[in-house]
Design a protein around this ligand. Structure first.
Ligand code: C5P
Length: 289
């Protein structure tokens, strides 16, 4: 048997734009993605002689191929014709589930990276991203992480200059949103407000944190049911009142985040939100996982 420990970092959308619906049912996206230091831990053990086993600290998570971590392991073995001689995946989750932070995709990407190393497969990052795309739209980005533009389904990646160092307060309200439903809602309306993605990328190139934060926007915010939107807006207001340079929803939500230049303001925002929302975190932007 051989074992390794790997980490899976959450992502945030500094911007999220949906361009059009494609014939295959997916949507063409234009998103600026950012890794943060909130992370899950995975332990991979090969050579167990017992097929694929999966366990996690959250009893309600699927432990079969419906879990993206297991799906990634199966895809990697299928695509490369590899037999690990039995595989056990132990997942310790910290990233909130169904939160718009690509937690499941990050776990999948960590399995791909970890098995590539553990089984000495020697696969390139690009090949891992291709296999990741078979598992889910956000998996290719999660393979490398950092700051990147994601286009197409999310698999066409362009690395961007790193987000200047900052503190990030994340807050996930208790409701959950259905990703396909939000895409359908967008299909049924004309998008009136879009992020200034080019301006945001210019601000990254200039390492200008306030300008990046000012340009953050996510088109899904406009199609949330009214009551949900009000809760998102209230959290954004709290973040801004405590000194966030900007605040936005991530992915299809419901996680809201704010970027802070200093620790004191971020701690104050955290202290204001944490009593109201159990899943509130104070983390930092990261260059990679
Ligand atoms: O690829 P993934 O399984 O993560 O996508 C989940 C769902 O999100 C898809 O079934 C689709 O409804 C929607 N989606 C989309 N366009 C994308 C990514 C996801 O319509 N680019």
């Amino acid at each position: 048997m051989a074992a390794t420990e790997v980490f899976a970092c959450a992502k945030l959308n500094l911007s999220l734009d949906v361009l059009d619906k494609r014939p295959d049912g997916y949507h063409n996206m234009r998103m600026v993605m950012q890794t943060v230091t909130l992370r899950d831990r995975l332990t991979l053990t090969t050579g167990t002689g017992r097929g694929l086993e999966m366990a996690s600290n959250l009893g309600f998570l699927p432990a079969d191929e419906h879990n993206l971590a297991a799906a990634a392991a199966l895809a990697l073995c299928r695509e490369t014709g590899t037999d690990p001689g039995g595989l056990a995946i132990r997942l310790d989750k910290t990233i909130p589930v169904c939160a718009g932070m690509a937690g499941g995709s990050a776990d999948a990407a960590a399995v791909l990276r970890g098995l590539n190393q553990l089984l000495n497969l020697g696969l390139s990052r690009q090949r891992l991203e291709e296999i990741g795309a078979l598992v889910g739209s956000d998996v290719p980005y999660c393979v490398a992480g950092g700051t990147a533009l994601a286009e197409g389904r999310g698999e066409i990646l362009t690395p961007l200059p790193p987000l200047p160092h900052c503190q990030v307060v994340l807050c996930k309200p208790a409701f959950s949103v259905s990703t396909p439903e939000l895409f359908r809602a967008l299909d049924g309306c004309r998008i009136l407000r879009r992020p200034d993605t080019a301006g945001l990328m210019d601000a990254l190139a200039g390492a200008d944190l306030p300008e990046v934060a000012r340009r953050m926007y996510n088109v899904f915010e406009d199609v949330l049911p009214r009551r949900r939107y009000q809760e998102i807006a209230a959290i954004k207001n709290t973040l801004i009142q405590h000194g966030a340079l900007g605040a936005s929803m991530s992915g299809t939500g419901p996680t809201v985040f704010g970027l802070f230049p200093g620790r004191a303001e971020a701690e104050a925002a955290y202290a204001a939100l944490e009593p109201l929302y159990r899943e509130t975190f104070l983390v930092e932007a990261a260059g990679a996982c």
